[in-house]
Ligand binder design. Structure first.
Ligand SMILES: *Cc1c(COP(=O)(O)O)cnc(C)c1O
Length: 516
């Protein structure tokens, strides 16, 4: 244990037992607002109001609202304390594979807060929001330019929503071409869960394609699965093992020859932006997560935005609304005309995120975007190289793209699982990587550093990972199975939390039980 100059321990003592208050250091154990507040008192002092005739048809509440009465400092401190228990990209590295947790530049925030952008309303007359429409038009232009595609639907509000949008365009195109009988969508087994979910949601039958021993998809496997009943393939490139699909062009060709469309999951576009144009590979539709590649906030900071670029074949089926130039003026096409499949959301998309994403693009420039992609790839390969002797990589035959995938072979016989390893990382102050995804490898650990991290941060991360791996192999399994010991809460019953979520507090709940 390290000691300071006065001979006192300078690090927390993990096994010192719970402190009397339940709080650790200056981080208090945080009760629920309902446990802080007193329902018989109120934090504000308002005169009673006379309620005359209401128009609620007898549905007006007869009992009190039963909210805790809180003073302003009580409410303020509760939320500030909670925020201090929250991990964020602004507090440290966030190596979640497939999630692209990159820094959200403050310049983005500054432009998004300009009153002309922040205060527009989607129902304002179009003549008063020409600048905002100009942002949508320009962002659309660069998204099409980066992907070499013909159209882009800007309204989807997440990657998964973009998948739905792209697949609805594919469905509309098949129906318009007398191919509405096509009911099968091919999805490789390494796909993100949203891909099969999207296809199933639209009534398609999902047919899984196995990965080969290199973790990629063989064109022959795709050809064997293609038929007159196949509507589309949904392929992620670079895929969720962090690998560029080497046969993607042949796969696109085979899919088109069979009369089907190629939906590309572009969530991993960060690895190739400015370097590869997916349109050149033969894709028909691809969502781009602005909250991943183009640095708009995500996780708790959202909302997400998932524009979908479309090939010439699918462009006529894009949803409304969209921005159209009419001489000097921009108009918003709101009503379905021609073959557009209709409307996907109430308004035009996430305006605040459009401003942030365009700011990111323009501040990087064409060379800067390509550099960001190359740095993201370099960082992932640096981690791979520095951990290669201690960790086990299932697909080790070539460099990775933006993320590196390990499996749990190196933990064999140690009594430590991928989950235990991740919990021990928390004790070391390192946010865990994505675990148990993709499903194609056992005990997956998927690490995506992004281009944001400095060499110092990467080295600190690598040192922690190496220390943990060596300790696991040397038989110190308790460091892992007992972890986390330094987090405000230890291991929660995640299965029960998912199956029987308790989202409502009732007065009979014991303190903390509701939270856990
Ligand atoms: C993040 C991600 C998605 C879904 O994006 P959301 O914005 O979370 O809906 C889909 N596919 C892959 C590969 C992803 O990484």
């Amino acid at each position: 244990m390290s000691m300071n100059a006065q001979g006192r321990p300078s690090a927390p003592v993990a096994d010192a037992g719970a402190p009397a208050t339940g709080a650790a250091a200056l981080l208090p154990a945080e009760p629920l607002l309902f446990e802080i507040g007193d329902r018989d008192h109120s934090g504000v002092d308002l005169p009673d109001i006379e309620v005359g005739n209401d128009r609620l048809g007898g549905l007006r509440r007869k009992t009190a609202l039963d909210l805790p009465g809180l003073t302003e400092p009580e409410a303020m401190r509760h939320y500030v304390r909670l925020s201090r228990q929250n991990y964020a990209i602004d507090s440290g590295m966030y190596p979640l594979g497939s999630c692209t947790m990159k820094h959200n530049p403050r310049l983005n925030e500054k432009t998004a807060r300009l009153p002309g952008f922040a205060d527009v309303h989607p129902l304002q007359p179009v003549s008063t929001v020409q600048g905002a429409l100009g942002v949508i038009e320009e962002l659309s232009h660069w998204l099409m330019e980066l992907t070499n595609t013909t159209a882009v639907a800007m309204s989807p509000k997440a990657g998964a929503h973009g998948e739905l949008c792209g697949m609805m365009a594919i469905k509309a195109a098949h129906e318009a071409n007398g191919q509405g009988h096509r009911k099968i969508v091919l999805v490789p087994e390494s796909a993100h869960g949203t891909n099969p979910a999207t296809a199933a949601f639209l009534g398609y039958t999902v047919k899984s394609i196995d990965a080969n021993e290199h973790g990629t998809v063989d064109v022959d496997a795709v050809k064997a699965a293609l038929s007159d009943d196949v509507a589309a393939i949904m392929l992620t490139n670079p895929n969720t093992c962090g690998l560029f699909e080497p046969q993607v062009i042949e796969i696109a060709q085979a899919v088109h020859d069979a009369g089907a469309y190629f939906y590309c999951d572009g969530a991993n576009f960060n690895a190739i932006m400015g370097v590869v144009r997916p349109g050149d590979l033969g894709i028909d539709a691809m969502h781009i997560n602005l909250h991943k590649t183009f640095s708009t906030p995500h996780g708790g900071g959202g909302p997400g935005a998932g524009p979908v670029v479309l090939s010439a074949a699918l462009a006529p089926f894009a949803p409304v609304p969209f921005v159209r130039r009419d001489g000097d003026a921009l108009e918003l096409v709101e009503h379905t005309e021609g073959q557009h499949f209709g409307r996907l959301t109430a308004f035009h998309g996430q305006m605040g995120m459009f401003v942030r994403a365009l700011t990111y693009m323009l501040s990087h420039g064409a060379d800067g975007l390509a550099q960001a992609a190359r740095d993201a790839v370099l960082n992932a390969n640096y981690i791979k190289a520095r951990l290669a002797d201690l960790f086990s990589a299932p697909y080790n035959h070539r460099p990775v793209m933006h993320e590196v995938l390990f499996d749990d072979t190196f933990l064999k016989g140690t009594g430590v699982s991928t989950l235990d390893f991740a919990k021990a990382m928390i004790d070391e102050g390192v946010h865990p990587m994505t675990m148990y995804f993709p499903l194609v490898v056992h005990g997956a650990m998927l690490i995506e550093p992004t281009e944001s991290e400095s060499l110092q941060t990467l080295d600190a991360f690598i040192a922690t990972m190496r220390d943990l791996a060596e300790d696991a192999k040397s038989g110190n399994s308790e460091r892992f199975t007992a972890a986390p010991v330094r987090a405000p809460l230890r291991r929660l019953d995640e299965t029960r939390a998912a199956r029987q979520p308790r989202l409502k507090w009732t007065p009979s709940d014991a303190p903390r039980a509701a939270a856990q």
